[in-house]
Design a protein around this ligand. Structure first.
Ligand SMILES: NC(=O)c1ccc[n+]([C@@H]2O[C@H](COP(=O)([O-])OP(=O)(O)OC[C@H]3O[C@@H](n4cnc5c(N)ncnc54)[C@H](O)[C@@H]3O)[C@@H](O)[C@H]2O)c1
Length: 250
């Protein structure tokens, strides 16, 4: 049986940890050739080695790193089909009036400027080659049902979802799809920052109590949804915010 992503070539940012590592694993298991891009050389190369896929160290807030990523994908695989903008960050949950300029700049750069740069550098490749493409951004339920203490993280994800819908309508006629996934809280390296305390079952309970299906999201949940949107099964789907949230946003 061919995989659901057989023959496709994908860049997965932030693939060295959490949801991104889960997405890279699912993509490889479905036949995709994957280039993991991560700021962490150690984590990214470890995951890539375990999955037998490629790795490039990249800072998604830097144009030159995106240009190098495209070149690496073309040199290694000869083409590009799928871009998963998963790398993201947050500051510690806290009263909004205490957020610093550096924290604000950090979330906007990592979460929003990365989407701007990925489209600015990669869309011309798809247009020039008249190649269909699928961009999937990992947004958040924070874009749709914001929680207190995370104002500028929430706003950054709102920007991710809105930019995604805009590009879906703009580039639909060219065959390039743009979709966003909105995960509810999971258990990753970022979770202690979202909940403002150590990531234990007890400390997560307040967040989880608002999820009808009664558990946090897992990397496999996010990876399965991302695989669907990346695959040809979703060829008529563009501009959606797909909530992977156990019913949290209802
Ligand atoms: N964990 C959650 O509860 C949750 C919920 C909703 C959405 N999200 C989103 O999911 C995405 C993945 O986060 P995660 O929870 O797996 O966190 P994580 O910290 O486990 O993984 C994030 C990865 O991104 C990489 N990264 C950070 N800044 C980077 C940069 N400038 N350039 C390249 N790589 C960079 C990190 O090195 C790390 O490997 C993020 O966009 C996050 O906002 C997470």
């Amino acid at each position: 049986m061919p995989g659901r992503l057989e023959g496709k070539i994908a860049i997965v940012t932030g693939g060295g940890s959490g949801f991104g590592a889960g997405i890279a694993q699912k993509f490889v298991s479905e036949g995709a050739r994957v280039l993991i891009a991560d700021l962490s050389e150690e984590n990214g190369s470890k995951i890539a080695q375990s999955l037998n896929c490629s790795f490039a160290r990249a800072d998604v807030t830097k144009r030159a790193d995106w240009e190098a990523l495209l070149q690496t994908a073309l040199d290694t695989f000869g083409a590009l089909d799928i871009v998963v903008n998963n790398a993201g960050s947050t500051y510690h949950n806290k009263p909004t009036e205490t957020v610093t300029d550096d924290e604000f700049d950090m979330v906007m750069n990592v979460n929003v400027k990365s989407i701007y740069l990925s489209s600015s550098v990669l869309v011309p490749y798809f247009l020039k080659n008249q190649r269909k493409g699928s961009f999937i951004q990992i947004s958040s339920t924070a874009a749709l049902r914001p929680r207190p203490g995370l104002t500028w993280y929430n706003a950054s994800k709102g920007a991710v979802s809105t930019a995604t819908k805009t590009m879906a309508v703009e580039y639909g006629p060219k065959g390039i799809r743009f979709n966003a996934i909105c995960p509810v809280v999971g258990s990753t390296a970022l979770t202690h920052l979202f909940i403002g305390k150590p990531d234990t079952e007890e400390n997560r309970a307040g967040f989880v109590s608002t999820i009808p299906l009664g558990r946090p999201s897992t990397p496999a949940d996010i990876a399965n949804a991302t695989c669907y949107l990346a695959s040809d099964e979703a060829e008529f789907i563009t501009g959606v915010d797909l909530e992977v949230d156990g019913g949290r946003c209802v």
